[in-house]
Ligand binder design. Structure first.
Ligand SMILES: [Zn+2]
Length: 440
């Protein structure tokens, strides 16, 4: 007798992103109780299972949802506010003043909701965030059904969210406790950057991260200026300082890393440190180039992130994959590096691995959560099609994402959000635009 389960999905292609990068045709994914229970030939699946819902996607490829490994989602409300400036000018004269004036819990909630809607419509099902008022982001995440790792931000100076290190630790840990009950939410320590967090709080982060077995998410070596300034002030490069503080290991996510010596690449490989590559943010702010071909060759786990909307300016992992692949070839002066299948891994399983979630998400395999997306490859733009993975990286746009599921629950269905109200989200974004745009 056929077994009753929640859902059967039969697409044209299943892009598993498993260890062998298998691409399957004439196969069906069986989902029950949030997880993938089988991937088998369609004819067998139809005999074995009696699903409560069956979805046929004859033009689509189904693949793991993207893991956006570095975001500041609340900054969605600052999208396009200040462009065409170098990092420090942009931060000090535009972003930090706007945040000081506007970034309260309501701003963070509304910005997070806008970004989550954009991400679901672009195929992202999990993101790793760092921002103030993380409890407001967590609330928007929980209401939407997307998956996220919420950063407990740490910075030396007072902000609207807290008075200093002790206050940030207290608020962050309280949130960590509160989120334990939600299986879609995890937490990480998120010290902002080497130039904004001093040794004492960093040592405390190391101690607490070890105690709670949590990742540490930090901007490191974003620009040459950052490295130069650290050398002038302390005689040390920031990465060497972090190594001396004992922070570099398989729980540490170093974001950007545009300045790397060969010795530093060896250190990252040896310690198991993850690198989060944000190519579009680095290009837009002229921050530098992260040598991902060298890092990958050395065995470093490299994942992809968009960074915030204010420096990208979209949260589009298709764009990020393509830019990462093209830029890697230019930087290495070698067209063979970072092929399409590799960059797809960076956007999915490598991000899951950096967050310590690779046993649960990041590929389509039996036992993992059904965090998946469907992409229409039956379009004129996708024809002819010799290799779906090539198309996903080199000629697909996010408008081709038709469905997104997190833990087996559909959050995007035929491009319609099922848990979020697009009209209300647009209205709120325009309301903030009027307030922020009117600032002299
Ligand atoms: Zn960032």
């Amino acid at each position: 007798m056929a077994m009753e389960i929640d859902l059967l999905i039969t697409p044209e292609w299943i892009i598993t992103v498993d260890s062998g990068n298998q691409v399957l045709r004439h196969h069906t994914i069986a989902i029950d109780n949030s997880r993938i229970v089988a991937i088998m030939p369609t004819s067998e699946a139809e005999k074995h299972y009696n699903p409560r819902q069956a979805v046929a996607l004859p033009q689509q490829a189904v693949l793991p949802g993207f893991v956006n490994a570095h975001t500041h989602v609340a900054m969605a409300l600052l999208k396009g506010l200040a462009d065409d400036l170098p990092l420090m000018d942009w931060l000090q004269h535009h972003i930090w003043p706007a945040e000081a004036q506007w970034a309260d819990a309501e701003f963070v909630h509304d910005g997070s909701q806008l970004a989550i809607a954009e991400m679901l419509r672009s195929g992202t099902t999990c993101f790793n965030d760092m921002y103030f008022f993380p409890e407001a982001t967590a609330q928007a995440v929980a209401a939407s059904g997307i998956r996220a790792c919420i950063g407990m931000i740490m910075i030396d100076f007072p902000t609207r969210w807290g008075s200093g290190a002790a206050d940030y630790f207290q608020k962050g840990l309280a949130l960590h406790e509160q989120l334990q009950a939600n299986p879609l939410l995890t937490t990480a320590f998120a010290p902002h950057a080497p130039y904004t967090v001093s040794d004492d709080p960093l040592q405390q982060v190391r101690h607490l991260a070890g105690e709670h077995a949590l990742p540490i998410h930090m901007h490191v070596h974003e620009t040459a200026f950052e490295v130069q300034q650290a050398i002038e002030q302390s005689g040390m490069r920031p990465l060497a300082r972090l190594a001396q503080l004992g922070l570099l290991d398989q729980h540490f996510l170093a974001v950007h890393m545009t300045q790397l010596t060969d010795d530093e690449i060896a250190l990252l490989a040896q310690t198991g440190t993850h690198v989060i590559h944000c190519p579009e943010s680095n290009l837009k702010l002229a921050s530098g180039f992260c040598p991902i071909a060298k890092l990958t060759a050395a065995g470093v786990n490299v994942a992809l992130g968009t960074d915030g909307n204010a420096s990208n300016n979209d949260l589009d992992m298709f764009g990020e994959m393509r830019t990462a692949a093209l830029l890697a070839k230019a930087v290495a002066q070698d067209a063979s590096v970072i092929p399409a299948a590799q960059v797809l891994r960076m956007a999915t399983i490598n991000g899951a691995r950096a967050l310590g979630l690779d046993a649960e998400i990041g590929s389509l395999e039996v036992g993992k959560f059904a965090d998946m997306i469907a992409v229409d490859l039956g379009t004129l733009e996708a024809s002819p099609l010799y290799d779906p993975v090539s198309h996903l990286v080199y000629c697909t746009s996010r408008e081709q994402v038709t469905h997104a599921w997190v833990a087996g629950k559909v959050l995007l269905e035929n491009r319609q959000l099922t848990t979020l109200d697009s009209t209300a989200i647009i209205a709120k974004a325009r309301h903030w635009q009027q307030k922020i745009g009117a600032t002299p």
